[in-house]
Design a protein around this ligand. Sequence first.
Ligand code: PLP
Length: 457
Amino acid sequence: MGFDLPIALDRTAAAPLADQLAGQLRLVAAHGVLKMGEKLPSTRTLAAGLGVSRTVTAAAYEQLYAEGWIAGRHGSGTYVVAVPPGSPSRRPSRPTDLVDAAEPGADLRPGSPWAAGIRPAIWRRAWRAAADPAPDARPIRAGLSEYRTAVAEHAVRHRGLAPEPADVLATGGTTVAVAELGRALFEPGDIIAVEEPGYPRAMGALRAAGLVVVPARVDQDGIVVADLPDGVRAVYCTPAHQFPLGGTLPAGRRVDLIAWARERGAWIIEDDYDGELRYDVAPLPLLASLGPDVVIHLGTTSKILTPTLGCGWMIAPPEVVASVVHLRAETGAGPSLAGQRVYTALASSGDLARHLRRVRSELAARRGLVVATLSTAGQDVLGDRAGTHVVVPLPGAQAERTLIAAARDRGLLLDGLQRCFAGRPSRFGLTLGYAAPPHREVLSGALLTLVALRRAG
Ligand SMILES: Cc1ncc(COP(=O)(O)O)c(C=O)c1O
């Protein structure tokens, strides 16, 4: 047999490669990818396919022999002779191995951060520090001044943007900020172009403010400026890492977009939801640094920490900041100060910068695991080396729906591209998030479930 098993070893993990390999072979068999009586690749073929030494594959096979579920027939190779415990076919409800990963909670939908990676000690320390000041008697509509300063420093350090703290407005997160902009800057019936495919909640928030959302075409590099519709008051886009397709807007198109907005007196809403998370090249200049007069830049702690903090920022021209603060005062709304205090404590202690380094290294490894596992199984993966998700293309709407439903039956939560279209969907596939599983092993198990489902058709 040739080598086409969905196995990806992680050289950065503490577990020895042979143990990882034995564990993944068990999972593969438990999931029916390897069947009873099936011949395994030779230790030499497997070693070549995985790019490891034969000692590793031989040690893994030894382990599986000792456990009694593979056997060698002299001269004719190695065969699966028993299905390992945890096989869904034998013990459907046993929460172990792959089944464990596929229990409700194996969540590969996009959007979640690696919340389990926040060290409890730094989290507790930040919340304690946030409780030090006396209770506030009144809301602070623009946000705490120490938070605005901390965000300005974050922008310089991580995004190459140097705003004054006065240009920074605290928000309750990106989606809340988009909703506020929809009401503060525009009139009901105004037309806004939103990337298509794009972020469904941005479309929802703008529509809820009475605006008319029209599609802005996107290709593999992001928004296509030349095709932007006429008559729009603003365009919403994700240039650092297009959501969902995963492209990075090239420098030339950035310059064109700024020129387009200036010519028409339109606003650009730059959603920089995961801009801190890049695993290859340095990021390109933000739209906000190229066109600070026409760009409203939105950042969030949702990807680098957790959306439960309800904490983000807007960096925008003074008239925009003033309009949003005015709306908040009129409607009695405004972001919670608790999240801002927690963020400020994390940033000023240096814990946030350390956490960010861990998040980058963990998510880069996870992305590698996703790409290796799915490519080995012959599945394409799209999207830049960034953020917390990739796109797995599928041939059509029905294939997408069927796969998502079949995965749900196995306790694996998936999401699809169709949801990212305001109009008729023209691309199909999974928007596959890899940050939510608490550990890489859970991610591996969930990926194997996915591969098995794809193979089952
Ligand atoms: C494109 C995009 N923007 C914004 C957000 C979320 O931002 P927030 O939680 O701050 O509303 C997400 C989260 O999934 C996203 O995918």
